[in-house]
Structure formats: structure tokens, C-alpha cells
Design a protein around this ligand. Structure first.
Ligand SMILES: [Zn+2]
Length: 395
């Protein structure tokens, strides 16, 4: 593909220049020449907040890690926005509420793109991403995080596909009507009968099945059922950081065999276990009790609680994992699954962020670390989107 060539030339120039001058500016030039894709951000949640304008730099807001100016600065060319709905009860009223929220997010994404069509464009295929890249526009893709708003209606898969969604993360942090979650009880339940129908329908339509968040049992069920390569849109390696949200070596091997891709997640808790700050924890505990465990709060109380949490975090800043720690995951996945099965899904705006990669503007630091560890230009392009493009094309 075209972008490989451009990246290769930039890489060769950079390496020859670096040989004479150890200058860290050059990796950034190389990074800019790559076609980069982030497979998971929760930016639609931020879009729904009236005070943030995606086209302006919102770096002063603690809630926003992705916007147009910072995507340009960080050289991110394409991003999957997650239409995320939190898990609630499995009854028709709750299903309906989740569906309304999901449709609201779709509408908000659509209006953002329509109002800025000279700078942004929806992409629903690998060709779209390439076309938008060539015309200097940033690609917005859509994934659905949590199959909850599908209700028990199979035709909603096509409805969401027609609205532009190209993956569904089958569940979130709790079990739902499709499958069991990696962070809930009764994990052995795996994929439900309805979940199986959804996977078949996604395969038929050409929509990627996202195995992030699902339990190990559900993962196994998906792998044996799917006829197409799957993605883990934001999951890392369990061998490096032992967390149920991450994938075991057996799972990494299964994804490699399936032809899919694991997009490492840069949420600090999944990257490295950092010892807790007991002073922060006890202060937070007191706050939590004062605000009745943050349940049934009025809007004014919610704002006040948020403000107090923010100032608490300023007093006791959280220690975060680093880009170095993250690339340990990439190295491991490459070792176990191979270079063709790894990519990056930041989870920005959903908790993602590292000490030296706090928002999208700092993603070139990942490329610098990959170069430092000896990855070739071609390998780095695979990690930054080439592999995901292949999986998207294979649907
Ligand atoms: Zn998630």
C-alpha cells in the first residue's frame, strides 16, 4: 500500500540522519509519515458533554484526551469512536434506555462529521481510511462497546452496521444478554444462544467481533464459532500484567491462528500494577461515604463530587505506567502471536493514558520507543494500523 512506501522512505532518511546525530526529533517525523489508527476511544461520551468542542483543544479539561487539534499534533489519522453504554438490568425498559443513549451518540458523531466535513470523514472500510488519509482528512470509525443496546433484537446488528458501526464489543464489565464478562461472576456461562446469533450475523454483514472485555469462556466460544478474524479492540497481555481484562498466552495464540489482531490498551491498570497510594485511598473513602457511595446523586451533587475528586487527584497525583511498560506488552504479543497480530487501542476518554502518553498528542512517544527497541519501519506500520486494516478488509 501507498503509505508503507512513504513511511519507509522517512524511516530510511531518519536512520541515516540518526547515525550521525542522536536527535530524538527524527522519530516524530517518521511517526508523522505513518498511517496511524487507534481502535478504541470513548470520545462520544465527551462529545455528549456540552462544554467540550471536539474541534478545539480541550487539554485543560480533565475529561478530554482526544480532539481534532491534538489528533493533528499526535499524528493520529484514524480513530474508532466507541458508542458505549454502561451495563444495566436485563429488562425491556433498561434495554430501551441503552438503545436511546446509543442512538444519541451515533447522532452526535454524525453531526460532528457533517459540520466539519472539510476536516473529518466517516470511514467504514480500509479503503475509506486510505482515501481520507490521501485527502488530508481524519477518519472517524465507529465501534459499539457493549452489545447491551441490541436488546434481544437481531435486526439491530444491521441497523447499527448501516449507521456505520464496524465492530461490537460483545459486553462490558458485567455479564449481559450476549455473554459473560471477564470482570463479573459466572464466567463459565460464555456466549449465550443470542450471543451466538449475533456473532453469526456480524460475520454475515462484515462487522468485526470484538473480544475485549468478554470472559475467557466467551472468548473460546467466539473463536470456535466465528468465520472471520476477530479483534481485541483494547486489551493487553496477561503474562505482563495479570488482569482479567488482559489476554492469556493461549488466547493470544488463538487470535494469531484466527488471523485477528490484539490492540494493546494503554489504560495504566492493565499495563502495570502500581502499588496503591494509601493516603489517596483513605481520603477517597471518606469522600465516598460523604457522597453516599456516589449513588442517587442530584446533578448538583454529582458536579460537587466530581470537583472534590479532581482536587483530591491534584493533591495525590496518581502514579501511572509508562510507554516503556506498554511496549513490553507489544514485545510479548509479538513473541507469542507474531508481528501480524498486534496493534494499539488507547481507551483514551475511557480511562486510557500513561505517564508519558497522557493524551493523543503524545502518541509519537510510543513510536520512539518502538524504534529504540529495533522494530523496522514496516513492523511499526503494521502495529500502527496495517494489521487492523488487514482484519477490517477480511470481514
Ligand atoms: Zn472498555
Amino acid at each position: 500500500m501507498k503509505y508503507y512506501k512513504k513511511a519507509l522512505i522517512a524511516f530510511e532518511v531518519m536512520m541515516s540522519l540518526q547515525a550521525s546525530a542522536q536527535n530524538l526529533v527524527f522519530p516524530h517525523h517518521f511517526h508523522e509519515s505513518l498511517l496511524t489508527i487507534d481502535s478504541h476511544t470513548d470520545t462520544p461520551m465527551v462529545l455528549l458533554r456540552s462544554e467540550t468542542d471536539f474541534m478545539k483543544n480541550n487539554c485543560s479539561s480533565p475529561y478530554s484526551k482526544v480532539d481534532y487539534p491534538r489528533m493533528l499534533k499526535g499524528g493520529l489519522d484514524a480513530v474508532f469512536f466507541a458508542v458505549f453504554t454502561p451495563q444495566g438490568s436485563l429488562d425491556s425498559l433498561s434495554y430501551h434506555k441503552a438503545y436511546i443513549l446509543a442512538r444519541k451518540m451515533f447522532a452526535r458523531i454524525d453531526s460532528l462529521i457533517q459540520h466539519n466535513s472539510d476536516k473529518l470523514a466517516l470511514a467504514t472500510s480500509a479503503n475509506d481510511i486510505q482515501k481520507n488519509y490521501n485527502s488530508g482528512k481524519l477518519s472517524i470509525l465507529i465501534g459499539i462497546e457493549n452489545g447491551y443496546p441490541l436488546n434481544m433484537k437481531l435486526d439491530r446488528v444491521k441497523e447499527f452496521y448501516d449507521l456505520g458501526a464496524r465492530y461490537i464489543t460483545l459486553c462490558h464489565s458485567k455479564n449481559n444478554q450476549l455473554c459473560s464478562s471477564s470482570t463479573d461472576k459466572n464466567q463459565e456461562e460464555g456466549l449465550s444462544d443470542f450471543g451466538k446469533e449475533v456473532v453469526r450475523e456480524m460475520n454475515r454483514l462484515g462487522m468485526m467481533v470484538d473480544v475485549s472485555h468478554i470472559s475467557d469462556k466467551a472468548f473460546g466460544d467466539v473463536i470456535s464459532l466465528t468465520s472471520k478474524p476477530v479483534i481485541a479492540s483494547h486489551s493487553s497481555a496477561r503474562a505482563i500484567c495479570d488482569h482479567p481484562r488482559n489476554l492469556s498466552d493461549k488466547m493470544l495464540e488463538a487470535i494469531a491462528k484466527n488471523g485477528g489482531v490484539v490492540q494493546v490498551c494503554i489504560l495504566s491498570d492493565y499495563v502495570k500494577k502500581i502499588p496503591p497510594d494509601l493516603r489517596y485511598d483513605s481520603a477517597f473513602h471518606i469522600l465516598q461515604n460523604r457522597f453516599h457511595q456516589f449513588e442517587n446523586l442530584t446533578d448538583t451533587e454529582k458536579k460537587l463530587a466530581r470537583k472534590e475528586i479532581d482536587s483530591l487527584q491534584k493533591v495525590y497525583p496518581r502514579q501511572l505506567a509508562s510507554v516503556h511498560d506498554l511496549v513490553d506488552h507489544i514485545d510479548h504479543i509479538v513473541k507469542v502471536a507474531g508481528i501480524d497480530h498486534v496493534g494499539i487501542g488507547s481507551d483514551f476518554d475511557g480511562g486510557g493514558g500513561l505517564a508519558d502518553c497522557k493524551d493523543v498528542s503524545e502518541i509519537p512517544n510510543i513510536t520512539s520507543e518502538l524504534i529504540r527497541r529495533g522494530y523496522s519501519a514496516e513492523e511499526i506500520q503494521k502495529i500502527w494500523g496495517g494489521n487492523l486494516m488487514r482484519v477490517l478488509q477480511a470481514q
